[in-house]
Design a protein around this ligand. Sequence first.
Ligand SMILES: Cc1cc2nc3c(=O)[nH]c(=O)nc-3n(C[C@H](O)[C@H](O)[C@H](O)COP(=O)(O)OP(=O)(O)OC[C@H]3O[C@@H](n4cnc5c(N)ncnc54)[C@H](O)[C@@H]3O)c2cc1C
Length: 333
Amino acid sequence: MTQTNVSLKNYNTFGIDVTSAFFSEITSEDQLISLLHELKNKPFRVLGGGSNVLLTANYEGHTLIMKNKGIEIVEETDEEVVVEIQAGVDWHQLVLWSLEQDYGGIENLALIPGSVGAAPIQNIGAYGVELKSVFQSCRAIDLETLTHKVFYKEECEFGYRTSIFKTRLKGKIILTAITLRLKKKPHQTKTNYGALQDALKGKQHTIQNVAAAVMDIRSSKLPDPKKIGNSGSFFKNPILSIKLFEEIQKRFKKIPFYPEGHDRVKIPAGWLIENSGFKGKRVGNVGCHEKQALVLVNYGEATGTEVLKHAELIQKEVLERFNIPLEMEVNLL
Ligand SMILES: Cc1cc2nc3c(=O)[nH]c(=O)nc-3n(C[C@H](O)[C@H](O)[C@H](O)COP(=O)(O)OP(=O)(O)OC[C@H]3O[C@@H](n4cnc5c(N)ncnc54)[C@H](O)[C@@H]3O)c2cc1C
């Protein structure tokens, strides 16, 4: 059912209070297609859990929230299962389901907010694992032809916090379901990430223990959006050529880095922001979180424009100090 003039405050984890002139919750693909026929040539946009967006203004169009549910095993062998999950399923609920079934592969991605349908958009990742490692395919509606399409992993152009859906196909498709390949026992867990190794000391590396450790670490260092509005990491960690990095390293000897392939390095954006003086600093209604400078927070009544202005100030200062441009990870809507 379509509602009008709906506040989106509870539909984005930043807690930004803007309205959408029209608003519908989508519970099936059929409903989506018939609504899209009605909306031909009218403005609309799609949201999942609203945990990776910054809403900067009231919207005169139609906001569609994906709420189609369902998890189904579509193939099974002795070693693995292929699972189809509808876009409106909550990502963390899927991780909990996989742990209950003892299916491995997404335990490191526990507690990432948002919907399953948005997970491929930026190829969600945490603690050394990205969605692409278990991803098989996704179903989508092509917004020009209003027909179904299937995208296999090779076509999705997954990269660090990106995919074809965030670049060339942005605004051209709506994902309705994804299929993942999850492993049965014996599991090969990925625990070489520093903090994870420490948290697992003396414990068996079962998928359940890995997920519990990830949840503990995340809860201790990331602000809970239910208590303080935020969208997780606001910027991507910049990736630089070794040549450029070495020039910067001459001036900033302590700059941390991680090899990215053989000719590039990744720099933690949080370190750059912290060393530009923003960590824990509040400016009006916005600021950078006291434990993780990469997370911009809304102290209550911030507008999207205030958050954006603060983000732009951070970009400017980091560029001036380190000569490194910061790219936003969050989607501006
Ligand atoms: C506290 C916190 C921690 C986080 N930690 C991580 C982390 O560790 N790793 C990580 O990768 N991310 C992290 N994030 C970011 C976020 O959780 C993910 O990007 C998540 O996948 C977003 O899902 P969503 O449903 O909320 O997407 P939304 O914010 O609703 O949408 C994001 C974008 O995808 C589009 N979109 C949404 N659904 C669809 C669809 N079905 N079809 C087409 N387009 C769609 C939207 O239009 C928008 O452009 C974190 C966020 C928070 C708040």
